[in-house]
Design a protein around this ligand. Structure first.
Ligand code: 2BA
Length: 108
């Protein structure tokens, strides 16, 4: 068995979860925050059989999108002490996916 951990953008989360549920996968949805952008995203946990990993990855790829985000970067200060910012472009997503071996699974 594998545990798939997938981080997706909040805008895609409802659609991704509905696609997984339609395909009869069980999902736990956790609100998370990306370390780099410090913006909200969604982390999904899905426990599956080894043979289902490929299908889940396919569904994640199909239902999450890549998007450009803009992040303020301090570039200096004015003579009167105001901070100057420039916006850098960052491409985020579709999904960041990890598949981990599960040693033990039990529901009691
Ligand atoms: P964030 O950490 O907020 O990163 C958002 C996007 O910023 C990343 O998109 C990437 O394009 C860029 N980025 C991240 N760290 C960077 C750095 N040090 N320098 C330049 N650009 C950087 P994604 O790669 O699609 O990642 C989306 C979100 O997935 C991440 O949000 C984070 O929450 C999660 N993630 C990505 N890689 C991860 C990893 N190796 N371990 C754990 N979580 C990860």
């Amino acid at each position: 068995m594998k545990l798939i951990i997938a981080t997706v953008q909040d805008q895609d989360a409802d659609f991704v979860v509905s696609r997984l549920m339609e395909a009869k996968y069980r999902v736990t949805r956790i609100g998370s925050t990306g370390g780099f952008l410090q913006q909200g995203n969604t982390t999904l946990l899905t426990g599956v059989e080894d043979r289902q990993v490929e299908h889940v990855v396919e569904l994640l790829q199909q239902s999450s999108q890549r998007r450009m985000r803009y992040m303020p970067m301090a570039t200096g200060t004015t003579p009167n002490g105001m901070t100057l910012y420039n916006y850098i472009e960052v491409e985020v997503g579709g999904a960041t996916i990890f598949a981990l071996d599960v040693d033990h699974f039990e529901q009691v």
